[in-house]
Design a protein around this ligand. Structure first.
Ligand code: SAM
Length: 405
């Protein structure tokens, strides 16, 4: 695994000094200007490696000091008593921002201009983006890329973002984040598990970040949760960077991790689960076959009677045909397919989920009954899910009602 730090971390100052009132005899004297700039560089604790100062016939000077940290460039127009400054420092190995600010302040103070324009550019600003379709996407500012490499299955990145804290990306798609993971994980797990009276065995396919498993074990009746993840690197990275999401579920005695393709697992599985959770990316790459009829049929075969399959169907506004297709696969296999929606901030959109069963309609439980179950099970740390949201998420807007029909 390789961790990369952004080599472009740095601070850039651009300033125009108009109508300088002091030391104006430096503006048409290259040797004196050079001497002062080198002294200012040294006072600011920056390291000069070389310099070139050239005087034009009209008296103006262009000068550059090459710094170990990057550069100072200065230009003068004596006839209008104008100076332009350009100072850039890289902060790759050490934070030099304070020194760069000192240098610019020093030069401004030296020439005492009547007017100044000053621009400060943080060069480390970088954005990560996700296209949900060829026409729609969104961006997130990344403060630092904490990890970036290719696994055997996908590209994997971890970013530190001001908006959502640490964010996991797989194959250019946002997966989960520290600050808003509960929108997705709580709503993928609790509508199904709260509906079940006494859930004991849960299978999660995918979900290598551990966020779904962490929600599952909040239900005290759980005896075993098996997580089948194709990519061991996702679990390794989750353990290293996303403790606030998995909350050490990987060490829980009820938790069992299998590194295996979910398709292969389900085809040969001969046991039964109270709940199966598909916590997988959209139907692309290794996840594609996990949304198709054969796999979904095996999921049903692997559920106890009355068990629930829960999954997401992607963004119905952006990709309605994908959601419709998955719904069409689910409908003949399960007699109850209840769609519900959740806005997921990290995915920048309304997300469609489904709870599928042969006997159980999750909307048949009252709001009071849901709240009672949450209380009896002593689940005290939910940030999203409660009896009212349970009914709220299953209340479909008309465009989705039509979509089912
Ligand atoms: N919340 C996410 C989303 O909807 O985008 C899903 C997050 S979870 C990290 C998705 C996991 O599914 C990934 O770690 C990926 O490696 C795993 N996965 C993809 N295809 C799989 C397969 N065939 N079997 C098991 N796991 C799979």
């Amino acid at each position: 695994m390789t961790c990369t730090y952004n080599p472009c971390d740095g601070l850039h100052f651009l300033a125009n000094l108009y109508n300088c009132t002091e030391c104006i005899h430096y503006l048409d004297n290259a040797p004196k200007l050079q001497q002062y700039c080198l002294a200012a560089v040294s006072k600011s604790k920056l390291t000069a490696l070389g310099q070139l100062f050239h005087q034009f016939d009209n008296g103006g000077v262009t000068g550059t000091v090459v710094l170990a940290e990057s550069h100072l460039a200065i230009h003068t127009w004596p006839e209008s008593r104008t100076v332009t400054l350009d100072v850039y420092v890289s902060n790759y190995t050490k934070n030099n921002s304070h020194s760069a600010r000192m240098l610019v302040d020093d030069l401004i103070h030296f020439f005492k201009p009547i007017d100044t324009t000053r621009h400060t550019i943080e060069r480390n600003i970088s954005f990560v983006s996700e296209m949900l379709s060829k026409d729609y996407g969104f961006i997130l500012r990344s403060e630092k890329q904490l990890a970036s490499f290719r696994t055997d299955f996908q590209s994997l990145e971890v970013h530190d973002t001001p908006q959502f804290g640490r964010v996991l990306r797989l194959g250019d798609h946002f997966q989960t984040s520290e600050k808003e993971e509960y929108f997705y994980h709580e709503n993928l797990i609790h509508p199904a598990l709260t509906t079940l009276k006494n859930p004991k065995r849960v299978l999660i396919i995918g979900g290598g970040d551990g966020g779904s498993a962490e929600e599952v074990i909040k239900h005290p009746s759980i005896e075993q949760v098996i997580l089948v993840e194709i990519d061991c690197k996702v679990v390794e990275i989750a353990k290293e960077f996303f403790a606030t999401i998995h909350n050490n579920v990987f060490n829980d005695p009820r938790f069992k991790l299998l590194i295996e393709d979910g398709f292969d697992f389900i085809v040969k599985n001969e046991t039964h689960f109270d709940c199966i959770v598909l916590d997988i990316p959209d139907p692309i790459g290794s996840a594609q076959k996990l949304y198709e009829e054969e796999f979904l049929y095996h999921c049903k075969r692997s559920l106890v009677y009355g068990g629930i399959l829960t999954l997401h169907l992607g963004a119905p506004i952006v990709n309605p045909s994908q959601a419709k297709l998955i719904y069409r696969y689910l409908k003949p296999i399960f007699s109850v397919v209840k769609l519900y929606t959740v806005f997921v901030p990290l995915y920048g959109n309304l997300w469609l989920m489904a709870a599928c069963s042969d006997s159980f309609d999750p909307t048949s439980l009252s709001e009071t009954e849901i709240d009672k179950r949450i209380q009896e099970r002593e689940i005290n740390d939910l940030q999203y899910y409660n009896g009212a949201t349970h009914h709220g998420i299953f209340s479909l807007p008309n465009f989705l009602r039509n979509f089912i029909e």
